[in-house]
Design a protein around this ligand. Sequence first.
Ligand code: KIV
Ligand code: ZN
Length: 504
Amino acid sequence: MRKIQFFDTTLRDGEQTPGVNFNTKEKVQIALQLEKWGIDVIEAGFPIASPGDFEAVQAIAQQVKKTTVTGLARCQKKDIDRAHEALKDAVNPQIHVFLATSNIHMQYKLKMTKEEVLASITEHVSYARSLFEKVQFSPEDASRSDHDFLLKAVQTAIDAGATIINIPDTVGYSNPTEYGALFKFLIENIQSEREITFSSHCHDDLGMATANALAAIENGANRVEGAVNGIGERAGNTALEEVALALAIRKDFYQCETQIVLNETKRTSELVSRLSGIPVPKNKAIVGDNAYAHESGIHQDGVLKNPETYEIITPTLVGVTQNSLPLGKLSGRHAFTSKLEELGYQLDEADSKEAFKRFKSLADKKKQITDKDLVALLADQYREETEQYKLADVQVQYSSNGYQGAIVSIIDEENQTKVASKIGSGSIQAIYNTIDELFQQNPDLTEYEIQAITGGEDAQAEVRVTLVDSETNTEFRGIGVDFDVLQASAKAYVQASNHFKQAK
Ligand code: KIV
Ligand code: ZN
């Protein structure tokens, strides 16, 4: 069986999703979960892009234990040096150098001739090779490049020392027949004494990213790039969970294996969704809430008789737990930790103690604590740990006839408590005006969504907000979960405000 490697770019291309800004702690958390999930290569960021990106790549390089960590670099020495510096502590470092090869990119964006592009590939891939053992080269917009020139560019990169060639469908223009044929053409025509790994990198503009990635694999690619939940620039990247499950469920067809730990899939998806603020659509393949729900009577009847009648993937295979025994107010620490273990969480003593405290406080208000409540509780705890400014308290004075007032306190990065008070036409507006005062910033609130995370009158509320910086038109997202709607609203706004502040 061929081994297919998984290259995850959630933290680089995925972060190019409008409104997604992970801070360093969040990136490290995601990277550690990606390692648990079995990812072979983590693209931790674009070190030259900003000091924040550099810091995150460095932190991930230091904390990831065995997975290869890579950073992106343009064909420029300063980019390669910066990536080298950021990755110097990685157990398995790799560099990812790119330069566009399509006529439209060379003429309008790069303003370079074909000869100049080839010369730049030789110069910069050799330079990268002098600093790194593993060099990946990507001819950006490969799928729209002239095939003979693309072959020349790829051969030039190989001659200069690249051993990994990634073929991006940068604008999501290709289709499976065409993209698969492109891999076949390149693999059949390159010349190399060393073994070359070919990798796919697809965007989903026409909804074909997963199909294209699988076509590349069928035609010789041994590596697939993508992002968790398919997040990324514009319509996003290949959703890696879809490729992982396609290869596992249809092993008979693809005859490939991977090192993806399938039952970590749902947890990885949930972590990325919560920290990115991008919800997973209910009908999303593999990780959507409805992916294992059977609605029609005929289907339900079939599944009861034999699940395989309508179920090609068992929910437990991807880590979707059946809501076996909900916990409650009387559940002790032992039952709580066993439940967390059943859900796949292994917390250290301090985190487990804090989670239990939060669980007890929730159980005072909510009769049955379901698996979904617990997952949200832990995600909330992790999210708060990564925030610079933490929400400490919210008080609202409500009047049915006039303005509402709020008093909010936060704890800043120096552990100082700051308190402010403001009014608003509604309770949420009063809270948000007060938080703006505390953060000393004035973003535009463009989206506010609320939903119950479980059924029942005592369900917890999940609030998602999007803030926009009107000067740069940049979006920042936040999610808050709480038994109380106002508290959940405040949590979501504080998270997004932290992202806003960090970007400023
Ligand atoms: O889509 C793309 O072309 C990229 C490259 C930088 C690999 O993300
Ligand atoms: Zn991309």
